[in-house]
Design a protein around this ligand. Structure first.
Ligand code: SAH
Length: 196
C-alpha cells in the first residue's frame, strides 16, 4: 500500500497534551490488552522479576497488571496528567522527583518502588538514565511516533534492551489513505528494516 499520505504528518507534543486535557483518549483501554494476555509467555520466556519498559505509556493498565506479577515497570509519557491519572486510578501512592540528567523532566515512582514513570519525551532518555530492559510492551507507541521519527525511535529502543530481551509490538493494519493517524500504518517491511 501507499503510505505516502502519512509520511509527512506530525503530531506535536502540545497536541498530545491537549488530547489528554480534552479527554480525547480513545486509545486508552480499561482492560488488559488481549494480545498481551495471549503472548505473555513470549514476553516472560520463563523468567521472573523482569524489568519491563512501556514506551509512550499513557496510563496503560498493563503496567499495574505486570507489576502485580512481580516485575518492575518503567514507562515514559509526556503528559503529566496521564501519569497522575495512572497512579490515582489504581489508588497507588507515589512520590515525584526531578531527573537531574534531563532538564524539566520528573520521575513519578510508586511508593512500593516497582513502577517508575518518567514524564518527559522518550527522545530524552538513554540507557545511562533508565538502564536496559528485559522486556518491552510496545502498544500505541511505534504507531504513535511521527513517521519522520521512526528511525530514531527504533534505534533508541534497540539501545534500551538487553541481549536476551523480548519485545512485543502491536501494530494496526489499514488503508493509510483512509485515515490520517495516529495510529499510523507501519508496514511489516518497514518494521523489519527498523528493527532488523
Ligand atoms: N501506550 C499507551 C498510550 C498510547 S497513545 C496505551 O496503550 O494506552 C500515545 C501516548 O504517547 C500518548 O499518551 C502521548 O501523550 C504520548 N507521547 C506522544 N509523544 C511522546 C513522546 N515523544 N514521548 C513520550 N510520550 C509521548
Amino acid at each position: 500500500s501507499d503510505v505516502g499520505s502519512q509520511k509527512e504528518r506530525v503530531v506535536t507534543e502540545e497536541e498530545w497534551l491537549q488530547k489528554w486535557e480534552m479527554g480525547n483518549i480513545g486509545f486508552h483501554k480499561e482492560q488488559e490488552h488481549p494480545l498481551l494476555q495471549k503472548y505473555l509467555d513470549v514476553l516472560l520466556n520463563g523468567r521472573s522479576g523482569l524489568r519491563i519498559f512501556f514506551p509512550l505509556c499513557g496510563k496503560a493498565v498493563e503496567m499495574k497488571w505486570l507489576a502485580d506479577m512481580g516485575h518492575s515497570i518503567v514507562g515514559v509519557e509526556i503528559s503529566e496528567q496521564a501519569v497522575k491519572e495512572f497512579f490515582s486510578e489504581h489508588s497507588l501512592p507515589y512520590c515525584e522527583e526531578p531527573v537531574p540528567e534531563i532538564s524539566g523532566a520528573k520521575m513519578f515512582q510508586s511508593t512500593s518502588g516497582n513502577i517508575s514513570l518518567f514524564c518527559c519525551s522518550i527522545y530524552d532518555l538513554s540507557s545511562s538514565i533508565v538502564g536496559k530492559f528485559d522486556g518491552v510492551w510496545d502498544r500505541g507507541a511505534l504507531v504513535a511516533v511521527n513517521p519522520c521519527d521512526r528511525q530514531r525511535y527504533a534505534s533508541l529502543m534497540i539501545n534500551l534492551v538487553e541481549k536476551n530481551s523480548s519485545y512485543l509490538l502491536v501494530t494496526v493494519s489499514y488503508d493509510p489513505n483512509k485515515h490520517k493517524g495516529p495510529p499510523f500504518y507501519v508496514p511489516e517491511s518497514e518494521i523489519k528494516s527498523l528493527f532488523g
